[in-house]
Design a protein around this ligand. Structure first.
Ligand SMILES: CC(C)(COP(=O)(O)OP(=O)(O)OC[C@H]1O[C@@H](n2cnc3c(N)ncnc32)[C@H](O)[C@@H]1OP(=O)(O)O)[C@@H](O)C(=O)NCCC(=O)NCCS
Length: 174
């Protein structure tokens, strides 16, 4: 990764600046009419979601410019929505965001490898992710990371259906 970037685990004090990053990163999805929670979630929601598993932040010159969270197990809301999230030893990918100013440099890919290794080290057998069906580019991104479509859900209050995707964790991922 670019040497001006550093990656470290999330700390509680990051919740406010991380919320700002999430709003900036997810604005394009909001503009597509996709009301993802991260478009306008509050700081407490960011903190709760980040602390639901392992969250990393990427910093550049003291600013948070990227983040990813892996939850183990997936959130209760998700487990209520789909049996896929109730599978034993299944982790879940959340709050993936990279600042528009540093996109296309492999930051999300780097965070994904960290998350995958972390999940493998905690004996996760697979990882799930859900995203809006109309966000084709994200479905393709997750497919490029090895995820396959397995279910469709509808989060209460959302303008879209979401595809649920899973990917096994293999010995190579540790
Ligand atoms: C999705 C997102 C996290 C990707 O972050 P990123 O750091 O730019 O991604 P990477 O540089 O690691 O690229 C990942 C893949 O996306 C594609 N990609 C990313 N940015 C691209 C760009 N500007 N142009 C073309 N392709 C691009 C590449 O094909 C790349 O594939 P590769 O690994 O085969 O090279 C970022 O665009 C983002 O924050 N989007 C808004 C929030 C969001 O959609 N979150 C996910 C919600 S489920």
């Amino acid at each position: 990764m670019d040497p001006t970037l550093t990656v470290r685990p999330f700390e509680a004090a990051d919740a406010a600046p991380l919320t700002n990053l999430l709003h900036a990163a997810y604005a394009e999805l909001g503009a597509m009419g996709l009301n993802y929670t991260a478009v306008n979630q509050d700081v407490e929601t960011t903190r709760d979601r980040a602390l639901s598993g392992q969250c990393w932040v990427v910093e550049q010159a003291g600013q948070i410019v990227g983040s990813l969270t892996i939850s183990l197990p997936p959130s209760r809301g998700l487990r209520e929505l789909t049996a896929v999230a109730r599978e034993r030893n299944r982790a879940w990918l959340n709050q993936v965001a990279v600042s528009p100013s540093v996109r296309g440099r492999g930051i999300a890919g780097h965070l994904w490898r960290l998350g995958l290794t972390w999940a493998a080290g905690r004996h996760a057998e697979s990882i799930g992710v859900d995203t809006a069906i109309p966000a084709d580019h994200l479905v393709r991104l997750y497919e490029s990371w090895g995820f396959e479509r397995v279910d469709t859900i509808h989060w209460p209050g959302k303008t879209y259906d979401s595809v649920v995707m899973t990917r096994p964790v293999t010995p190579k991922d540790t």
